[in-house]
Design a protein around this ligand. Structure first.
Ligand code: HEC
Length: 155
């Protein structure tokens, strides 16, 4: 455990100026060429209980509203709705770069995701802050996802 933290610290040092999320030149980062561990494969659904999230069209307005409230109280201290990084990555485009299952697993199973999911580990390397578990229940997490979809212009 201790050894691993030291390795992570060493890695984060080398990406100090790489930004957190949006500012990397995309030509240099094809989605699969940036895993921490050789041989690790990125499951686009992440790690956790969500394997099949059903999205509704049109968006559910009441969930968007609830998700917006949760965002303001629990997420806005660290996340902007634009592409700009605050403590964590800006949310613009998050529903395009991640699957709904990945987002639900990340929000409800944050620690395991950061420990084991290659894409989440890569964010940790860039942001250098470990997102604390926000203790959202399933319903609140789903509402935040609906709010993210709305923020991304989904109908
Ligand atoms: C204390 C700061 C902090 C708070 C509060 C916070 N986050 Fe995060 N979040 C982060 C950081 C830092 C990351 C980057 C991953 C990492 O290193 O932990 C992140 C990453 C994410 C990601 C992945 C983004 C991407 O581009 O793939 C999602 C989704 C997310 N957070 C959702 C939430 C939700 C939902 C809330 C509110 C319920 C929230 N966060 C509250 C700091 C925070």
């Amino acid at each position: 455990m201790k050894g691993k933290s030291i390795i992570i610290l060493a890695l984060t040092g080398t990406v100090l100026f790489a930004g957190c999320g949006s500012s990397q030149p995309s030509a240099e980062s094809p989605t699969n060429a940036r895993l921490n561990e050789p041989g690790a494969t990125a499951d686009p659904k992440g790690k956790g209980k969500y394997t099949d999230v059903v999205l509704t069209h049109p968006l559910n307005d009441s969930m968007v509203h609830d998700g917006s409230n949760t965002f303001n109280v629990k997420c806005a201290p660290c996340h902007k709705l634009t592409e700009e990084k605050l403590v964590g990555p800006g949310w613009k485009g998050v529903t395009d770069r991640r699957t709904p299952e990945w987002i639900m697993n990340f929000v409800t199973n944050t620690d395991e995701m950061i420990d084991k999911d290659p894409a989440a580990q890569e964010l940790l390397d860039k942001c250098m802050v470990r997102m604390p578990n926000q203790h959202l229940n399933d319903e609140a997490a789903r509402s935040v996802l609906e709010f993210m979809r709305s923020n991304d212009g989904k109908k």
